[in-house]
Design a binder for this molecule. Structure first.
Ligand code: SF4
Ligand code: SF4
Length: 378
């Protein structure tokens, strides 16, 4: 397993985590088998957003004495109304469900403000007792960090700018990223929009990831396989389906992303995803599939590394990631970004042009590397 720092939280998380949603309403033995496979491979972050008592109890029982081996995301505001998942901002209801979670697991590592996708969600969380409750939980040590979950890049940016949150769970996959920010990503999952809606990596989403890296807000991801649609020949919006490794790699190559949390319900599914850690660069490469849809934003790097190898070993995707973060605010480039850039120890580009011939997205790599050096090298 490979571990990455989750932003500035001080926690190192496994690049593959486990979303436990899919073990809901499954027998205890299956819950345990799935979690055992994850733990055996060094997975140390899991998500429990489900409000149901039975699944939560099964998970706690499956941990047994191993609770402290895993960091948990628990969601504040995830509730169960008539056996349906629901979002609640009604404080007695919110407290009832979250306190049950605390009772089972003792503490929650990442207390997630649940599902902040719209201006109304924002208002109902940040202008009410909801946020003071989360802050009190943190002061009490019941939660160790305040995070939030979202699918909307514009609202997510507002949340980050409050300065209240330390990490974010966001829906990250190439199809969502290519959907204009004013479209609802669930329309893609429900086949209400097709590939004609995809326009290339949406600037709002690209800017959100760069902002997170700039501010040290670590990202964990959900829906990285588009609820399975990106893997399906019948439902993919691209000319061909992506593979699990390609989708995983796409999410992990966004700035600030520390961990991908797929929903698995068996040990076999878990093993299939963990195999990413030993996959080859060719097996992970998603560039040519992405290039099969319209791209209104050609010239912007998608960090795919399809342009490698470089004869002087420049990590071109990494240079572009830091370059894009630097461009957010040229006058105030965080020292951490300069030191990350310095740690790449890039040799000087020899202008061979090999990379530009390979890039499917028309990125002016040589020009960008020169500019990145000017901005980021002290
Ligand atoms: S042009 Fe520069 S960055 Fe591109 S492959 Fe050649 S040396 Fe590497
Ligand atoms: S320059 Fe092109 S090929 Fe290289 S990482 Fe960026 S988008 Fe991919």
């Amino acid at each position: 397993m490979i571990y990455r720092p989750l932003g500035n939280t001080g926690k190192d998380v496994s690049i593959i985590g486990l979303g436990l949603e899919h073990v809901d309403r499954k027998p205890y033995e299956q819950v345990k088998e799935t979690m055992d496979a994850a733990l055996a491979h060094g997975i140390n972050i899991m998500d429990v957003f489900m409000p149901g008592d039975e699944v939560r109890e099964n998970i706690a029982k499956a941990f047994g004495t191993r609770r402290r081996e895993v960091m948990l995301q628990g969601h504040i505001g995830a509730t169960d109304i008539n056996q349906q998942y629901d979002i609640s901002r009604d404080m007695p209801t919110v407290k009832k469900y979250f306190e049950k979670l605390l009772k089972l697991f003792g503490y929650i590592d990442f207390g997630m403000l649940f599902f902040i996708d719209s201006d109304e969600d924002f208002k109902n969380v940040f202008d009410t007792e909801f946020i003071t409750y989360a802050q009190q939980l943190k002061r009490n040590g019941d939660i160790h960090h305040i995070g939030f979950s979202s699918h909307n890049p514009v609202t997510a940016k507002r949340v980050i700018e409050t300065g209240t949150v330390e990490m974010m769970m966001f829906s990250v996959n190439p199809a969502f990223d290519m959907l204009p920010a004013d479209r609802n990503v669930f329309d893609l999952l429900e086949n209400k929009v097709g590939k004609e809606a995809l326009h290339g990596i949406d600037p709002h989403r690209a800017a959100l990831y760069a902002l997170c890296e700039q501010k040290g807000i670590g990202i964990t991801t959900m829906k990285s396989y588009g609820s399975g649609k990106l893997l399906s020949p019948d439902h993919t919006p691209y000319a061909r389906p992506l593979t699990v490794h390609q989708c995983t790699h796409y999410a992990l190559s966004r700035p600030a992303v520390a961990s991908v949390l797929p929903g698995c319900k068996t040990a076999a599914e878990m093993e299939q995803i963990i195999a990413y850690c030993t996959a080859t660069a060719a097996e992970r490469d998603y560039a040519e599939v992405l290039a099969t849809v319209r791209n209104d934003f050609r010239g912007n790097c998608v960090y795919c590394s399809h342009c490698q190898p470089c004869p002087v070993n420049i990590d071109i995707a990494a240079v572009h990631r830091y370059f894009d973060i630097a461009k957010l605010d040229i006058k105030n480039i965080p020292p951490s970004i300069k030191s990350h850039y310095a740690s790449l120890q890039s040799a000087e580009c020899i202008n061979c042009g090999h990379c530009e011939k390979r890039c499917p997205f028309g990125v002016e790599i040589i020009k960008n590397i020169k500019e990145a050096t000017r901005l980021l090298k002290d």
